[in-house]
Design a protein around this ligand. Structure first.
Ligand SMILES: [Zn+2]
Length: 281
């Protein structure tokens, strides 16, 4: 991963599939609120044949349980955005595995995104992705997707041949108070404190999994425009204990271990309700 703004240049603005904006597993046609409304409409037609007073009493009694079955408020939904960096003409860096095969960073990031998405979905967490194929997505579009999702966490995934272990970066913007009008380029400022807390949970889970972690802060145009807890995670080669040769980020076993640790961190993050409230950053 290169951290200058030139690296994360716009590489086109593809039209993303509408399904990317829908949290997995959400089907509004089956929601209890919709079903309750349909049943209530049917009952109201029947009540029209009764006396007005009796109809009002019965309608009131039936309405209370119908609303009690309404789905939780939007603020209670927990959504994670997975942002596979690069894509399309923007290949990112090039990583060579031990056999000498060169892998573009863009392929590694989307592979890790898919692994992590599966782990999170299996734990009942809604996931929105910025891309799931080799498509170009510019930085503003990535931020738009994250902000539209009102996510409680956004992980921007990168890979590099440089260094070792896992590098976690939060925005270098100074923390700012929430404001009614938020500048697009510095929207993250109001969320930096929470992003640092998210980085802390990720750091703990990765260390617990026996990995080397480096924490840092940097300017990254897509994350700096995000109005949610957001961090960039960069995977570098690791040297497992008892081994002398490093394992490349393109290694499927390495990716799985990283994804499992990240999923554990997200579960820990979700468990702290005070951090995941969306309305007031
Ligand atoms: Zn990168």
């Amino acid at each position: 991963m290169r951290w200058t703004e030139n690296t994360h240049k716009n590489s086109g603005c593809p039209i993303l599939a509408a399904s990317l904006f829908l949290p997995l597993g959400w089907d509004s046609t089956n929601s209890p609120h919709v079903l309750g409304s349909l049943i209530l409409t049917s009952i109201v037609s029947s009540l029209k044949r009764l006396t007005p007073l009796l109809a009002s009493i019965l309608l009131l009694a039936l309405t209370i349980p119908a609303f009690a079955q309404a789905p939780p408020a939007t603020a209670n939904r927990f959504v994670v955005v997975l942002d596979a960096a690069h894509g399309g003409d923007d290949s990112g860096g090039t990583l060579k595995d031990p056999s000498g095969v060169a892998n573009p960073e863009k392929a590694i990031t989307v592979a890790l995104s898919v692994r992590l998405r599966s782990l999170l979905a299996a734990r009942g967490i809604s996931v929105v992705t910025t891309r799931e194929s080799d498509s170009a997505v510019d930085d503003d579009r990535r931020a738009e997707i994250a902000n539209h999702a009102k996510a409680q966490a956004c992980l921007s995934l990168h890979a590099t041949q440089s260094g070792s272990g896992i590098h976690i970066f939060a925005s270098s913007l100074p923390p700012a108070q929430p404001a009614s009008i938020v500048p697009w380029k510095t929207a993250q400022a109001a969320w930096v404190t929470r992003s640092l807390a998210l980085a802390g949970d990720l750091n703990s889970a990765l260390l617990h999994a026996g990995m080397t972690v480096t924490l840092g802060r940097t300017a990254l145009s897509s994350i700096d425009s995000m109005s949610c807890p957001a961090v960039a995670i960069e995977i570098a080669p690791e040297i497992p204990s008892g081994h002398s040769e490093p394992v490349s980020p393109s290694d499927s076993g390495y990716q799985t271990r990283v994804a499992q640790a990240l999923a554990a961190a997200i579960l820990e993050w979700r468990s702290n309700a005070s951090r995941t409230e969306v309305a007031n950053p």
